[in-house]
Design a protein around this ligand. Sequence first.
Ligand SMILES: [Zn+2]
Length: 146
Amino acid sequence: MADSLTPTQRSENMRRIRGQDTKPEIALRSALHRQGFRFRKNDRRLPGKPDIVLPKYRTVVFVNGCFWHRHEGCSKATTPKTNTEFWMKKFRENVKRDAAKTAQLRDMDWKVLTVWECEISSDLEGVAREIIGEVRSTAASQPPEA
Ligand SMILES: [Zn+2]
């Protein structure tokens, strides 16, 4: 069956289906780890199985693929020219699911951060710095741990 996914998108898709870690996830985890942060990954106990969970800071990070999660204005968020209706529906479902899991997590008092694969590939250290900044501001607003 012909489709119009690029090889990168296709292999990324296969990784998702097999439940393996994607390259941007691995890169970001390593960057955070180097900065001394400890986390759980793909925590099944939380809505949406967040890619990175920082329990100490009650913060989760989703590493979103630009194509599947529709990064607005991103050149990677293309729409295949064949089976367009099918894809549009699929994308709408993904975006809706993302919004729902974010809302659920926020209701449970988690801070939810979303980062995009293109940001990680262009500026990994910058993304890591931003997350660390967010996490530190969360920690500062909370009473010290007992
Ligand atoms: Zn993007």
